[in-house]
Write a protein that binds this ligand. Structure first.
Ligand SMILES: Cc1cc2nc3c(=O)[nH]c(=O)nc-3n(C[C@H](O)[C@H](O)[C@H](O)COP(=O)(O)O)c2cc1C
Length: 423
């Protein structure tokens, strides 16, 4: 099925040249949303494992300093380092925490308590299954202007991919914390957008549950939040807002709560999460076939959610020991050949695509655009973490010539994301 928004935001050789992307630096959005100080603040104590779990959902893990500017990089990668994703948590019956709704304040490295829950109140009221969750519900939203400032109409794709990476970070944090998680896409996002005072500038996309259902049913909660700035330079993008509305309703969702069997050792996983960065240049060296196998297996494992869509993982082998170069799908060689130069061209002439050991393309023909695109981001996150775990480099690639990639792979699917790995 074709998605109107997706069709309208394809890159092509000519579109990129006809509409070069000029940035208005005076309009550069803030990457942080900070609630006023009247909301109680809980700073993270990273020796406390619960606090560390919260931090692993998306905190800052590196700082870069250039003459006159400092900027902060995070646990989660983000297209253009623009960080449209915001994270809210509902916490119930968790030792050491008040029952309430919190904002994960990345700038302040802690939680702000936005609302204290009365008994039986909760966000579950807006979900399909309204039973209370004892534990944590993580809610993911996007402040789209942070990304549309740079990427214009295509930014909705990046908001979805970034949210998917955040879901991937939740998975890694849960693995480390030794608690199960699952993803819920089916909830009344519009009602919650309103309740959180988002003023059509921010929108919910997904949620993750780390907790257990009780028997009681949630009632609505009386929270009233003011609008809080998340950019300071907001400009509306009608196409993105419409795309959000058009893809809100989910159709014929397949629930799949199978749990993945990710093979990470806990301490090394934590190290990989903390050290993860996007590689900027590869040395064009071959990797081992076992390394590709591990990364691929991690990417292919189940993702538990209430709206699972098939995302195909194509990969182009440029240089892997003992593996024939060519295009692969599901472990099968589709077309033999050295396509390294071609793939670099397809990724908007980025050398990452040609110097990599392997370049992945994620595609789908699914109906539910928001879940399937976030799933692609989630798979991308696994690619990053598995690569880092093995000491390999990885980078997400959001820019590619859509139709030429489809032609290259010989597929009618939508092309969602590309990723390059190597050393
Ligand atoms: C959805 C997505 C698309 C990206 N696209 C590109 C890309 O086309 N080219 C590139 O060099 N880096 C790309 N990146 C990498 C980002 O630039 C990088 O994540 C960001 O600068 C933050 O740095 P870090 O990943 O090292 O934390 C992408 C990342 C994401 C999550």
């Amino acid at each position: 099925m074709t998605n109107t928004y997706h069709e309208a935001t394809k890159h092509s050789y000519w579109s990129v040249r006809r509409n070069p992307n000029y940035l208005d630096w005076s309009k550069q959005p803030s990457p942080f949303k900070v609630y006023p100080e009247d909301y109680p603040f809980i700073p993270f104590d990273l020796s406390n494992s619960l606090h560390r779990f919260f931090y692993l959902l998306g905190g800052v893990n590196a700082k870069k300093v250039y003459p006159g500017v400092e900027y902060y990089l995070r646990i989660i990668p983000s297209a253009g380092a623009l960080y449209p994703t915001e994270i809210y948590l509902q916490i119930r019956n968790v030792e050491g925490m008040k029952d309430g709704i919190y904002h994960l304040s990345i700038a302040e490295n802690g939680l702000r308590l936005l609302y204290e829950l009365d008994s039986n109140e909760g966000v579950e009221y807006y979900f399909e299954d309204k039973r209370l969750v004892d534990g944590i519900i993580v809610l993911y939203s996007a402040i789209y202007y942070r990304s549309s400032w740079k990427y214009k109409n295509r930014a909705f794709r990046y908001c979805l991919l970034d949210a998917g990476h955040a879901l991937g970070a939740l998975e890694m944090a849960s693995l480390w914390y030794e608690h199960a998680y699952y993803i819920l896409y089916n909830f009344d996002k519009l009602a919650l957008n309103e309740k959180f005072g988002f003023a059509n500038r921010e929108f919910f996309l997904s949620s993750g549950v780390v907790g257990v259902r009780t028997k009681e049913v949630a009632k609505n909660f009386a929270m009233e939040l003011p609008y809080v700035e998340g950019t300071y330079t907001f400009e509306e993008n009608a196409l993105i807002w419409q795309a959000y509305l058009d893809t809100l309703q989910l159709h014929g969702c397949k629930k799949d709560f199978r749990f993945p069997h990710l093979m990470f050792e806990k301490n090394r996983l934590h190290e990989a999460v903390m050290q993860r960065r996007s590689i900027r240049e590869f040395a064009s060296e071959a990797i081992k076939s076992e390394q590709l196998e591990f990364v691929l297996k991690t990417m292919q494992d189940a993702i538990p959610s209430d709206c699972d869509e098939e995302v195909k993982i194509w990969y182009v082998v440029n240089r892997v020991e003992n593996i024939t170069p060519g295009i692969y799908l599901d472990g099968k060689l589709i077309k033999e050949g050295d396509f390294s130069q071609k793939v670099g061209y397809l990724c908007l002439e980025q050398a990452l695509g040609s110097q990599s050991a392997v370049t992945f393309f994620l595609t789908s023909s699914g109906k539910n655009y928001q879940p399937l695109y976030q799933k692609a981001g989630h798979i991308g996150h696994r690619c990053y973490i598995a690569s880092e775990y093995l000491g390999l480099g990885c980078s997400g690639i959001g820019a590619y010539y859509d139709d030429e990639v489809r032609e290259f792979l010989d597929t009618e699917d939508m092309v969602l994301y590309a990723l390059a790995i190597g050393s």
